[in-house]
Design a protein. Sequence first.
Length: 308
Amino acid sequence: MNMDNQSVVKITNLVKEFKNIKAVDNLSLDIKEGVLFGFLGPNGAGKSTTIRIILSLMRSTSGKIELFGKDLSQSDRYVFSKIGALVERPDFYTYLSAIKNLEFFGKLSGADTSKKNLYKYLDLVGLAGREKDKVKTYSMGMKQRLGIAQAIIHNPDLLILDEPTNGLDPMGMKEIRELLTDLVENQGKTVFISSHILKEVESMATNVAIIDKGKTIIEGSVEELLASSIMKVTFKFENLELASQEIRTTDWNKHIETINQNSILFNLDKKQTSNLIQFFAGKSIDIYSIVPQNNLENYFIQITGGNN
């Protein structure tokens, strides 16, 4: 990521209180142009509240938000015309067809609502062939796709999606993942996606912020966060008993999580993994395989202690 890129969304010390509850607690984020940014955390962490404040659907208690370099409190309609959003479940006129719904919402946002353009966006989200079907016949996943088409039909620079893979089967998730990746990599969009499914977002996000109880726990590139984290690494051995004997009296023993039939599961960082391989090589212990299991879900548990 180019650190010189413009900040598309910059949040500084954001607070939102409901009676005695702080839904958002001194949250700060900096989302640069041209990234797919994952906003991650368990349900109730404050993700939807933050998104509603960004979109001016809710007022903050305190703090500052800048959109495309402009203070939210001074932003005009032009700034919001550069944003497309899908917040929670998409809402449609179910007695109308998909293409009629898209035409209606497209006109509200000032988009090109020619048949050619409508079909283009419906095809883009995987609804080709179902354009003229009434929305009441659509599954939740199909409505979600139509919601994304509605959010991008006016060709916004920033796309904000709250739990966009809700109701989608694995193939639907894959298609939406490919669509969002294409919007960033090939069309220069900035995509801000919130989710409680860390593994799903890990596969497409370039940068993430993990929040819990309204606070930012960590923010950075996916690559950097995972490179710095402790990961679970499975070592499979030809002679497990010999391997166990050799490490039982060493400091490596405290890194063991479980021992199975022919393998040992360790908690290690990258350097420790390399050193442990050298240790076994020095003892002439043959290793069948080494399988790292590093992902954002493990990382989240590691940094929060698993307490949501």
